[in-house]
Ligand binder design. Structure first.
Ligand SMILES: [Zn+2]
Length: 263
């Protein structure tokens, strides 16, 4: 079995000693990767169940960031963009809530989502037509792409190479993913809830995320320490900021750019 970096994986290099023991650690790029991926049809089924209308309404899809986080992400993206004319993509947009926030300010906001039921919901709830495949967009089309809690689901990081091609030279991408060195992960080990989700196929720390973004061809890769928090309130704000400063925050947030002149 090969890692996303191309190295051969040592199947004995099990990452967690208890709980979820199906992850192995790559000795080259330090990625933690699920030993056996669910098949495409199994994944389709998992997402269909997660995005059932009952789960969407109950906000228990296990996929959506939640309205509060989306507002924080919206503010972050809005600060990065220059004007009304900017073209934005939310890659792996789930039910499209973030796009619904962006659309009034950035009419050229689009989404890509693998799950059919999530796409159906965004059409009904927000009148958004979401694309199944990023290749439906022309190359060098977007000024800004967000990939929020998406990369841990990808069966192949080459999808991010496709994303890179669709961004204009000098354009940016915001990437977030659960931090496998987070306080919770360190305490819970193989019982960490993010490791137990069967659709989480890879687990990153800041080093392996940086490695792969660079390998794909992104430049100016920076970790955002003061990244979005998940719930309102001073207690959460302090907890989130403090754990992020210590490198043990729940979410890794990176911003990176596409080179001005693509090689
Ligand atoms: Zn590797």
């Amino acid at each position: 079995m090969k890692c996303f970096c191309g190295a051969d994986l040592n199947l004995n290099n099990v990452y967690f000693s208890s709980g979820e023991v199906d992850f192995i650690n790559c000795s080259i790029c330090d990625l933690v990767i699920r030993k056996e991926f669910p098949s495409n049809s199994e994944l389709k089924k998992i997402y269909q169940n997660s995005y059932s209308s009952e789960n969407i309404v109950r906000n228990s899809t296990n996929q959506c960031s939640g309205n509060y986080s989306d507002t924080v992400y919206f503010n972050f993206i809005n600060n990065k963009l220059e004007g009304y004319d900017n073209t934005v993509l939310d890659f792996g947009c789930g039910t499209g809530h973030l796009i619904s926030l962006l659309k009034p300010f950035y009419p050229k906001s689009y989404g890509v989502e693998f799950s059919k039921s999530a796409r159906k919901f965004s059409l009904e709830a927000y009148k958004l037509t979401i694309s199944e495949d990023i290749n439906n967009f022309p190359n060098e089309f977007f000024d800004f792409v967000s990939a929020i809690e998406v990369i841990e689901h990808l069966t192949d990081l080459s999808s991010l190479s496709c994303v890179l091609k669709k961004i204009k030279p000098g354009g940016s991408m915001l990437v977030t993913t659960p931090n496998r060195n987070s306080f919770r992960a360190l305490i819970e080990g193989g019982n960490w809830r993010e490791a137990k989700k069967k659709f989480h196929l890879v687990l990153f720390d800041s080093k392996s995320l940086h490695y792969h973004l660079k390998k794909i061809g992104f430049v100016d890769i920076r970790q955002i320490r003061f990244s979005p928090v998940q719930r309102p309130g001073l207690k959460f704000f302090i907890y989130t900021r403090l754990t992020q400063l210590l490198g043990i925050g729940g979410t890794l947030c990176f911003i990176c750019k596409v080179p001005e002149c693509k090689v």
